[in-house]
Design a protein around this ligand. Structure first.
Ligand code: 7PM
Length: 277
């Protein structure tokens, strides 16, 4: 057992957990903004919960390569009503996918259980806002900014560079009183990385795990899957599952995915086999 508390609930992170993606952006790349209204957000959440998701990750800012800045008020208006509605209706951990201090504060007040920040709390005010919530935080590595991050990213040694960056953010968190035990690390697949970088990171997840943290990976339907298989976004499920199965074997424990049921079932087998004598 290795329990981590996420607000009003906790998870045993010796077991795998699925985090279902709920995009509330008008331009979410693989949902086409279909889940934009509150009602469809709730239906999509209910489906993911029935399929076995442990966490629903609510995000209102598209961080897709080339995406533009979303105004704070717009993000607040998109995300907070959805978090409020989910927490009122369902008994589930809600994660807030945001870099914005105001959204962090608002989400925590509404009962969110995890702060998921692709900018690792580097935005103005985010570190202190997160510290005040006493919630766990997922720190993700990104090189550059969403608008330009895919323009020829370079590393000395990608796994070490990502590990060094994440540790620098761990130290920043500690400097404002956030306990290490509240941190989850994420290599940030696709964020300022080309195929060999993404593959290297996935092949060496144990190096991030060895820093002493639980690891989350988000690679669902991403370009790296398409690069390997030469398939469009709507045909990347099997590849996504293979990459997530590999990540599980190398120590990742939280899987951020669009397709909840296939992953819950795959991970149930992975974990049962591993626990048998
Ligand atoms: C459009 C394109 C919308 C790409 C959203 C995305 C991660 C994340 C995202 C991840 C963590 C996606 C990305 N990716 N949070 N948020 N880790 N912690 O493909 O890899 O879902 S947004």
């Amino acid at each position: 057992m290795s329990l981590m508390s996420f607000g009003d609930k906790s998870l045993d992170l010796s077991l795998p957990h699925v985090m279902g993606i709920l995009n509330v952006t008008p331009d979410s790349f693989s949902d086409g903004g279909v889940f934009n209204s509150l009602d469809s957000a709730l239906r999509q959440s209910e489906k993911m919960i029935q399929e076995g998701a442990s966490i629903i990750d609510v995000g209102g800012e598209s961080t897709r390569p080339g995406a533009v800045f979303v105004a704070t008020q717009q993000e607040v208006d998109r995300v907070l009503p959805v978090i409020d509605a989910i927490k009122r209706r369902f008994d589930i951990i809600v994660s807030v996918d945001t870099s914005t201090a105001e959204v962090i504060r608002g989400a925590a007040d509404l009962g969110a259980g995890l702060i998921n920040d692709v900018r690792s709390l580097e935005r103005e005010g985010a570190l202190l806002a997160a510290a005040k919530t006493h919630l766990p935080i997922c720190l993700m590595h990104m090189k550059g900014m969403p608008k330009t991050m895919q323009d020829a990213p370079e590393y000395v040694q990608v796994v070490d560079d990502v590990a060094d960056y994440l540790m620098s953010r761990v130290i920043a968190c500690e400097s404002v009183g956030i306990a290490r035990s509240h941190l989850i690390l994420d290599p940030g697949i696709g964020f300022g990385k080309v195929l060999p970088h993404n593959l290297s990171l996935l092949n060496h997840i144990e190096k991030i795990k060895k820093l002493g943290f639980n690891v989350l990976v988000g690679l669902s339907r991403k370009t790296m899957i398409g690069d390997v298989l030469n398939l469009p976004v709507e045909e990347r499920l099997y590849g996504t599952m293979g990459a997530n199965a590999s990540a599980y074997s190398k120590g990742a424990r939280i899987f951020r995915v669009h397709d909840v049921r296939p992953h819950v079932e795959m991970l149930a087998l992975m974990s049962r086999i591993e626990r048998e004598v």
